[in-house]
Design a protein around this ligand. Structure first.
Ligand code: R5P
Length: 288
């Protein structure tokens, strides 16, 4: 087996290859002046190859992945795995307005046509309950960082009150909290636009409690910022955040700080200053 990584995810790819005890090669990406990409793979590959790249900020990456996967077949790979710890386009799982593309299904089919196996971590599956319904590859594997996040929180914040910011986060909040007997609850959310969300905190006593907001993704940060401000209004002694996928674009971190968030923690599914939990071991255990 070999791991083929990309420069923008090289640290995590190195960690994965080393956890597996297999060689690592980095695919070279050159952007032409007109915006097209040239991908250069190793001269040959063994039959079993793993392409590893997280799919945050995905539009160019998807085209490059297609070029890399097709080239991998040409140079010897017979069984091709995609390890994409963050899987893009999973939230648009329905046409919410007439004519909208159902991106989850379309991108899922695109990846399934390229790869025999797709491995990801805590994908945003909400109305679609199984990954293979979204990504109909021969094998579609969901790994979860929740137990490791739970262990991290038990060490760092043993009195944490785990709060999911919306009903969709219940699966992660429960999986993080329950094994360590941490209390948890989830809020109700109404998203009015990219930068406008309303959150209703449930009727639980937060006064003097150390709240940790847990969610799969923080993108603009507005969901967690709104929840944090309300927890502090309700008397919480502090608010920290743990997300699996720290997309956190633009001024998201500043937004969270303005809303009173102290610590921001994440897995390394998306490279970000908040990364505290490497996923290499979890992914390697599965691939082995
Ligand atoms: C959606 O339900 C997800 O679980 C996140 O809550 C959402 O994507 C966060 O987005 P943002 O940080 O832009 O509010």
């Amino acid at each position: 087996m070999i791991v083929v990584g990309f420069d923008d995810y090289a640290g995590q790819c190195r960690g994965l290859a080393s956890a597996l005890g297999v060689p690592l090669e980095i695919a070279r990406v050159r952007r032409f002046p007109d915006g097209e990409s040239l991908i250069t793979m190793p001269a040959s590959l063994p039959q079993e190859a793993v392409l590893c790249r997280s799919l945050d900020r995905p539009n160019e990456k998807l085209v490059e992945l297609m070029l890399a996967a097709r080239a991998a077949r040409d140079i010897g790979a017979r069984h091709l795995t995609l390890v994409a710890p963050y899987l893009c386009y999973m939230r648009q799982d329905a046409a919410f307005h007439p004519g909208e593309a159902v991106s989850q299904r379309i991108v899922g089919r695109f990846l399934a046509d390229l790869f025999d196996r797709v491995v990801t971590v805590d994908p945003h599956l909400h109305r679609t309950d199984r990954l293979d319904a979204a990504v109909p590859a021969r094998t579609a594997i969901v790994l979860t960082a929740a137990p490791a996040i739970g262990e991290f929180l038990r060490e760092r914040v043993p009195d944490a009150f785990v709060l999911g910011p919306d009903s969709e986060s219940e699966q992660w909040a429960a999986a993080v909290a329950v094994p360590g007997r941490l209390e948890y609850a989830v809020c109700a959310k109404n998203r009015r636009g990219d930068h406008e969300v309303e959150i209703r905190i449930p009727a639980v006593a937060l006064s003097g409690r150390h709240v940790v907001l847990v969610d799969d993704i923080a993108s603009t940060g507005h969901t967690l910022a709104t929840a944090s401000a309300q927890c502090l209004d309700r008397g919480a002694s502090g608010v920290d955040v743990f997300v699996t996928h720290a997309i956190l674009g633009g001024d998201a971190v500043a937004e969270l700080r303005r809303a009173g968030v102290r610590e921001i923690w994440s897995t390394d599914s998306v490279t970000h200053a908040s990364n505290v939990l490497p996923l290499a071991g979890l992914i390697a255990d599965h691939l082995r």
